[in-house]
Design a protein around this ligand. Sequence first.
Ligand code: NAP
Length: 284
Amino acid sequence: MAKRLGIFGYPLAHSLSPVLQQVAFDYHNIDATYEAWPVRSEQLGSEVDKLRGPDYLGANITIPHKEVVLELLDDVTQTATSIGAVNTIVKRGSSLVGHNTDAYGFIKSLTEQADFNPQDKSVLLLGAGGAARAAAFSLAETGVASLTISNRTVARAQALANAIDLPSANVTAISNDPSSVSKIANSVDLIVNATSVGMMHGGAEATSPLQLGDLTPDTVIYDMVYTPSKTPLLQAAGDTGTTCVGGLWMLIYQGAAAFELWTERPAPVGLMYETAHKALADFR
Ligand code: NAP
């Protein structure tokens, strides 16, 4: 019997996961189908419960369910518990185990694609949702010198600042007021956009989350948004000559880690990237 997997989210128009996962299953000749499962919050419990059936291997979770899904699972890894967000469900027997592979995908793409080691560096993180939480926890783990978290809802930034394992003197929560954010942006080593600002169909497309001023020449700009591939932030940053990384490689690495959890086979990372990159060109 063909196995089934998919991604839960709402809406799901921007998801590349079905194409990048399906190519990996096909590469290994695994009889499995990976689908997009657009599910509203009120249906999430019953849909997640279906994963306990014999033909399911697991699932991915995206906006807006990554945080609430924790309550629906039998077990959650230490990393996902600390982050407070699950993006991958793995079925072990009939138990559903929640993992977070976003943190791994973020750090792996930052080190591989930008050749950037966050240890002892200063970081400005835009956003305080699930993706920002994964970034903040993994940055704290690698030993950043300082982390400023800017968010539209400042209480959420403060809650994240309080939750991560860094001395309080090294973590600051601020609003997304453009003038204060720009001042900090001009003096840090790394700027990460983990908001959905700039994302296609995200309600604030064609908008940059940050007005770029005089960046230091070595500043790395990292945008987790991958639709479009050249986001408004990356377009603006391109003119400054700094190193820029888009969200596609993070997507690939988090997806590769999920694939390996489901199948215990090595993910064909290069093939997954090529396939997703081509599919991205067709997104409208
Ligand atoms: P989320 O939990 O819904 O958080 C959204 C964040 O964006 C919050 O900080 C929110 O601020 C902020 N935001 C939304 N609209 C805004 C606006 N108009 N102005 C200012 N701030 C706004 O979503 P998420 O899961 O963290 O995802 C965030 C982004 O990262 C999405 O674009 C997603 O596609 C991307 N992402 C990429 C990858 C990857 O593999 N590349 C993985 C995960 C996520 P408030 O708290 O004030 O609402």
